[in-house]
Design a protein around this ligand. Sequence first.
Ligand SMILES: [Zn+2]
Length: 214
Amino acid sequence: MTAPVLSFFHVREASDPLLSDSVTKLVEEFAKLPGIGKKSAERLTYHVLRIHQSEALALAEAIRNVKQNVRYCRTCYNLTEQEECEICLDPRRDHTQLCVVEQSRDLMALEQAGSYRGLYHVLLGRIAPLDGIGPEQLTIEALVERVRGGGFKEVIMATNPTLEGDGTALYISNLLADLPLSITRLARGITTGSVLEFANKEILADALSGRQKF
Ligand SMILES: [Zn+2]
């Protein structure tokens, strides 16, 4: 029964009142995803209509599970399915080093580089006044409290080398300036304006080993 829907889909706009409400709704939902325009949303909807029901429901289930089971680590704000993430709980990691990143994706990129053995703190964004994002919308207060709690010898600023990433790192380093610990930043092997999650492993490993005083 899917074929008639599909042929019709190609000649009509997704918002066409003649299209089924369910199809229109799915196109609208896909179109809300980052990087997905209307055409891509229609293509994805077409794909879902065509695949087997079990495959489509597995996708729906995966989305449901992520939303129901994944949360932020109460300590570092990394993604986890427990109260606290595996990195925070790992006694083999260096609990005196703290690496501050913007997003979990950056943490994953650094983990894949494989040379860092300390802990992390995920800011959940960066200070971006033009987008209306101030320090209070990030996890900066929790970070400062965590660092003031003691035990850290070094805080590594690994925000992205962009204007906003640098500004965020500077803001945080000022808040921590009176503490007896060293504040460093990643070496500039990472091109200014680039984004950590897309840097390759070798560059990230070099950036970590060559880090400098903030
Ligand atoms: Zn954690």
